[in-house]
Design a protein around this ligand. Structure first.
Ligand SMILES: CC(C)(COP(=O)(O)OP(=O)(O)OC[C@H]1O[C@@H](n2cnc3c(N)ncnc32)[C@H](O)[C@@H]1OP(=O)(O)O)[C@@H](O)C(=O)NCCC(=O)NCCS
Length: 351
C-alpha cells in the first residue's frame, strides 16, 4: 500500500500550486459538469495576499505514490472569527480509499490550530437530466454525514442560455419603476454610490438563509468594496453590475452582479442580487436583473450561458429566475460541524 501524506501548499509556488490544482481539473467533469472547468490563474490569484486584512486561505494537498490525489482549501474571514469554510475534493479514480478522510483530518486539525471551532463546507450534485429532482447518489453528503457534519440549507444551481430573447426580457421587465432609476457600471462602483454599495453587502450577508447558524454579519465599507474590486480586476475577473438608485435620496438601494473570467467569457456567473430592506416590494430585484442581462448582451455578446446559485428557500429570487427562463441543473447542501469540545471552545461557539 502506498504512503499517503497531507501537505501544505504555498500558492505562490507555481509547481506546488499546479499539483494541487490538477485534482480540481480531474474532478470537475464528474462533480460539476454543468459549470465551466476551473481556471488555474483564477484559482491561484483568488488567494488573498498574506497581509490581507479580511481573508486568509490555506491549501492542503494529499499525495500518494508521488501523485496529487486530493486537494483542500480552507478560507477564514475576519467577519466570523469562529468559522472556517473549506472545500475538499478527491480525484475520482482514487475515491473510497480513505484519502478524503485523511485530508479532512488535516483540514480539521489546521482549523482548530487557527483558533476556530466551527467548520463549514458544501457538497454539490449535478442532476442527471433536466427534470428537477433527477439527481444521482450524493457521495459527498454520505461522506460529510459519516464524519459528523450536520446538513444545513440547500441551494439550487440553475443555468440560462444566452442571449435571452428581447421579447422575454421585455415581458419580465417591470420598469420604469416610479421613484427609482437604473444605473449600470463595469468593475468599479461609481464613487458616489460606493458607501451605499457597501451597506447593501452588509445587508446581504445577514439576509442569506444559507449563512448558517454560526455566521456573523459581514462588516463592509467603501474601502473594502474597493479592495475586492481591485483584487478581481488584477487577476482578470470582470464584473458587470446594475443597480437601482432611489431618486429622492440619490442612494443606491439595489444591485446585481454578473462575473466573467479571462478573455473567453462564454459562460458567466450570476452573483449576488440585493434589494435594501426599506425598498422591497417594488420589483427592484427583477428591474436590476433585466437591466444587467441587457448590459451583458451589449458588453459581452460572446456569452452563451449564465449560471446562478439560489437558496432553495429564496422564493422571490427563484420566481425571478424562473420568469427569465433559468432551468435547474444541480443542487448543493451546506454542512457544519463544531470541532472543538473544550469549554473555552464551546463558549466561543455560542457567542
Ligand atoms: C466526498 C469525497 C471527498 C470523499 O472522498 P473519499 O476519498 O472517497 O472518502 P473516503 O474514502 O475517506 O470515505 C470515507 C467514508 O465516507 C463515506 N463515503 C464516501 N464516499 C461515499 C459514497 N460515494 N457513497 C457512500 N458513502 C461514501 C463512506 O462511509 C466512506 O467509508 P467506506 O469507504 O469505508 O464505506 C469525494 O467523493 C469527493 O471529492 N467528492 C466531491 C467533492 C465533495 O463532495 N467534497 C466533500 C466536502 S465535505
Amino acid at each position: 500500500m502506498q504512503t499517503l501524506t497531507v501537505e501544505a501548499v504555498d500558492p505562490r509556488s507555481d509547481e506546488a500550486f499546479r499539483r494541487w490544482f490538477s485534482v480540481l481539473t480531474a474532478a470537475h467533469p464528474v462533480d460539476q459538469p454543468h459549470l465551466p472547468p476551473p481556471v488555474l490563474t483564477e484559482a491561484r490569484d483568488d488567494a488573498p495576499p498574506p497581509d490581507d486584512p479580511y481573508d486568509r486561505w490555506h491549501h492542503l494537498v494529499a499525495v500518494a505514490g508521488g501523485e496529487s490525489v486530493g486537494a483542500a482549501r480552507i478560507e477564514l474571514t475576519s467577519d466570523s472569527p469562529n468559522l472556517a469554510y473549506f472545500e475538499l475534493v478527491v480525484r475520482p479514480d482514487q475515491r473510497r480509499r480513505g484519502i478524503g478522510s485523511a485530508l479532512l483530518a488535516g483540514v480539521e486539525s489546521w482549523v482548530l490550530g487557527s483558533g476556530r471551532a466551527v467548520a463549514l463546507s458544501e457538497t454539490r450534485r449535478p442532476f442527471q437530466d433536466e427534470r428537477e429532482g433527477g439527481a444521482g447518489p450524493d457521495g459527498g453528503a454520505a461522506f460529510a454525514e459519516r464524519h459528523g457534519y450536520r446538513a444545513g440549507p440547500v441551494s439550487v444551481l440553475r443555468t440560462l442560455d444566452l442571449p435571452v430573447a428581447e421579447q422575454r426580457l421585455a415581458a419580465a421587465d417591470p420598469g420604469p419603476v416610479p421613484g427609482y432609476r437604473v444605473v449600470t457600471w463595469t468593475d468599479r462602483c461609481p464613487e458616489e454610490l460606493l458607501e451605499a454599495r457597501a451597506a447593501l453587502n452588509t445587508e446581504m450577508s445577514t439576509d442569506d438563509p444559507a449563512a448558517g447558524t454560526h455566521r456573523q454579519a459581514e462588516v463592509w465599507d467603501g474601502a473594502r468594496v474597493r479592495a475586492y474590486e481591485d483584487r478581481s480586476i488584477s487577476h482578470g475577473r470582470r464584473k458587470l453590475c446594475a443597480g437601482a438608485v432611489h431618486e429622492r435620496t440619490g442612494e443606491l438601494v439595489a444591485a446585481t452582479v454578473i462575473a466573467g473570467v479571462g478573455a473567453q467569457r462564454t459562460h458567466v456567473h450570476q452573483w449576488g442580487t440585493v434589494v435594501g430592506r426599506k425598498h422591497r416590494g417594488h420589483r427592484l430585484g427583477m428591474l436590476v436583473k433585466v437591466a444587467n442581462l441587457r448590459h451583458l448582451a451589449s458588453a459581452w455578446p460572446e456569452a452563451r450561458q449564465i449560471s446562478s446559485w439560489n437558496g432553495d428557500a429564496n422564493a422571490s429570487m427563484i420566481a425571478i429566475n424562473a420568469a427569465l427562463g433559468y432551468r435547474v441543473v444541480g443542487d448543493g447542501t451546506d454542512w457544519e460541524k463544531v470541532l472543538g469540545s473544550s469549554p473555552s471552545v464551546g463558549e466561543r461557539v455560542r457567542r
